[in-house]
Design a protein around this ligand. Structure first.
Ligand code: IMP
Ligand code: MG
Length: 332
C-alpha cells in the first residue's frame, strides 16, 4: 500500500484542490480519500476548462478513480446528493466512483440549525462542529444507519487491506494546520484534525505513507470571527485581485503576510517533503514581497527572486525536497 497526502499549511483555502486534481491526473492512484472535515470545505477545481466547487466529494471522481469520504469526515447527505447532481450535470460520471466509509458520521438538520446560530467562531454554519461533538459524545448517527446512503457504503479495512490489487491512495486533506482542533488557535479552529496524522485513522498504516504535499499561499488568509488582518490597504488589494472570498460561504477572507515560524512548524508537524506556494501571480500584481519573520518583524524583499530564495532556504533546511511556486489557478 502506498499513500500520498495533501495537507493545508495555513488556514484552509491554500489551493489544495488544484494539487489533488493535478496528482489525480498524473499519479496513477487507485483511490482518492478525504480524511477529515465535512462540507465546511470548498475545493475549487478547474477541470477541462470548467470550474467546479466540491465540498464532500474527492477530486478522484474527475478521473474515474474511486473516491472515498473517510471515517474521519462528517457527511451531510443532502449536500452529498446535491453535489453528485451538480457533477453529473457538469458532465462528470459519478456512477460507481463515489464511496462513503460506513462508520463516517452524519450531519443532521439539527446540527445545521444549531451551527447556523454560531456567532462566536465564525463557522461555515454547515453543522460540522455539532456533528463531531455528537460523534465524540457517542450520540451521533453513522452513515450505515441512513438507508439512502446504503449504495455508497464501504468498509475501509476490507477496501485497503484485503484488496488483492495494488492499493495506491491519494489522501486529500481539508482546512489547514492553523484550523486544526488541537494545534490551531483554539477556539478559532474547526472540529477535526487537519494534519497528516489524521490520515492514519482512516485504515491507512503509517508504513504506507510516501509523499506529503504541503500547500500554502504566497500570503495568508483566514475566514472567521477573530481579528487577523493588519491595517494596510495592500490587503484590500490582495483580497480583490486574489478573489479572496469563501468558496463555501462567500465571506471575505482576512489577509496577511506569510509567517515563516508558522510555516516551519506546519511543515515539520505534517512531515511535509514537497511544498507548493500558490497565488504567486497575485503578489506579482501588487509587487510586494514580504514574509513575517517573527512577531511584528517583517522581512521585506526587493523582488520575487529574493522572496523565493528565502523560502526555499528555510524549507531545504527542513529536508523539503521539492518547492514549487505557482502562478496559475489551473496548474502547479
Ligand atoms: P467550521 O469548520 O465550519 O466549524 O468553522 C470553524 C472555522 O474554520 C471558521 O473560522 C471557518 O471559517 C473555518 N473553516 C472551516 N472550513 C474551512 C475551509 O475549508 N476553508 C477555510 N476556512 C474554513
Ligand atoms: Mg477551501
Amino acid at each position: 500500500m502506498i499513500a500520498d497526502v495533501v495537507v493545508g499549511l495555513q488556514y484552509g483555502d491554500e489551493g489544495k484542490g488544484k494539487i489533488t486534481h493535478h496528482l489525480c491526473k498524473t499519479g496513477g492512484y487507485s483511490h482518492v480519500l478525504r480524511f477529515n472535515g465535512g462540507c465546511n470545505a470548498g475545493h475549487t477545481i478547474f477541470h477541462e476548462g470548467k470550474k467546479f466547487v466540491t465540498h464532500h466529494i474527492p477530486a478522484g471522481v474527475f478521473f474515474g478513480i474511486k473516491s472515498i469520504i473517510g471515517n474521519g469526515c462528517v457527511l451531510d447527505p443532502e449536500q452529498f446528493f446535491r453535489e453528485i447532481k451538480e457533477l453529473e450535470e457538469g458532465g462528470i460520471n459519478t456512477k460507481g466512483m463515489i464511496y462513503i466509509a460506513k462508520n463516517c458520521h452524519v450531519i443532521t438538520s439539527e446540527h445545521k440549525d444549531e451551527d447556523g446560530r454560531d456567532i462566536k467562531i465564525g463557522t461555515t454554519r454547515r453543522g460540522n462542529g455539532p456533528a463531531y461533538r455528537d460523534k465524540y459524545s457517542r450520540s451521533g448517527v453513522m452513515a450505515k444507519e441512513i438507508p439512502e446512503l446504503k449504495p455508497y457504503l464501504i468498509d475501509l479495512y476490507s477496501e485497503f487491506h484485503e484488496n488483492k490489487n495494488e492499493v495506491k491512495i491519494l489522501c486529500e486533506g481539508a482546512q489547514g494546520f492553523g484550523l486544526d482542533i488541537d494545534w490551531g488557535d483554539y477556539p478559532y479552529v474547526t472540529s477535526s484534525h487537519c494534519l497528516t496524522a489524521a490520515v492514519m485513522l482512516n485504515a491507512i498504516p503509517h508504513t504506507a505513507l510516501r509523499d506529503v504535499w504541503g500547500v500554502a499561499k504566497a500570503y495568508e488568509t483566514y475566514v472567521g470571527a477573530k481579528n487577523f488582518e493588519l491595517k494596510n490597504p495592500v490587503f484590500t488589494k490582495i483580497r480583490k485581485l486574489g478573489n479572496e472570498f469563501g468558496s463555501t460561504t462567500g465571506r471575505p477572507r482576512q489577509c496577511g503576510w506569510l509567517e515563516a515560524p508558522f510555516l516551519k512548524r506546519s511543515v515539520k508537524m505534517n512531515a511535509v517533503n514537497k511544498v507548493v506556494f500558490n497565488k504567486m501571480d497575485i503578489l506579482e500584481q501588487v509587487d510586494r514581497w514580504v514574509v513575517k519573520r517573527q512577531k511584528n518583524k517583517f522581512e521585506i524583499f526587493h523582488n520575487r527572486n529574493q522572496f523565493e530564495n528565502y523560502l526555499e532556504d528555510i524549507l531545504k533546511k527542513l529536508g523539503v525536497e521539492v518547492v514549487h511556486f505557482s502562478d496559475s489557478p489551473e496548474q502547479i
